[in-house]
Design a protein around this ligand. Sequence first.
Ligand SMILES: O=C(O)CCC(=O)C(=O)O
Length: 296
Amino acid sequence: MNAAKTPLSIDARLPRRSVIDRTVDLDVGTVDAFHRDGHVVVRNLASRSEIARYRPAIEAAVQRLALRYPPIAERDTYGKAFIQALNLWRRDARIKRFVFSARFARVAADLMGVPGVRLYHDQALFKEPDGGHTPWHQDQAYWPLDTEDTITMWMPLVDIPAEIGTMTFASGSHSKGELGRFIIGDESHERFGEVVERLGFEEHTFGAMKAGDATFHRGLTLHRAAANLTSIMRGVMTIIWFADGTRVSADIGGARFNDHKFWLAEIPPGELAAGPLNPLLWPRPERRVRSTRPGC
Ligand SMILES: O=C(O)CCC(=O)C(=O)O
């Protein structure tokens, strides 16, 4: 029998509208803080019942993948940081419903101050008990996108106490551009750690977070996360978007090679990053989704 896997089909059509599409308005202070610091927290962005609805599908996908990981002690620094399950929206309709949320996409657009955003990709990042630290890095080193308007939402699916720790950001580091091209690992941690000290960036963490709170950071904002010294699995879902109208960068080599292949379907450099894997998630064609409550 031919054991070859059937390739995943791509269905980026927008799902039927649901509660997760109800948009929220951010206050001016939140948007200003994002522009100044390159990161911000939006509390209670998803409700407890929304998290309860979508978490099981995400957890199940991560658990399936975790079976393929070697024991933590046998992994390198990056491998110890988390189980990383990528572009889950293509694998499960429930996860797609979550990732394609108009609410999350609109917050991303409003924070960056752009009219629209397209999906880059999603990733679940589950830091296991005894999982290692996430080294300092700039996401944009990996992203062959000709823009600085890129943004990640990092949303815990469980309450995360301060002992586990959430993300730590170097405030204002986004405004200095690319600070070095290091893939995530021991070298990026050391070299960017020196940069943080030398340039005097303040390190900021938002401390404990509840399931459904979210931080947002720019692709150029330096960040890291502490090791998980507890017995709790730190389940987090992330979604990454870029400004609509962005073109694929000419720089698609090295660390960017895989991203160009997997998240941009190898759209040639210079062309619009608007392929089948990058649906426009905000604005929506129909604009009748009501705003219900303030964002934070
Ligand atoms: O979850 C983590 O530990 C790190 C996440 C991260 O670096 C990111 O979402 O850009």
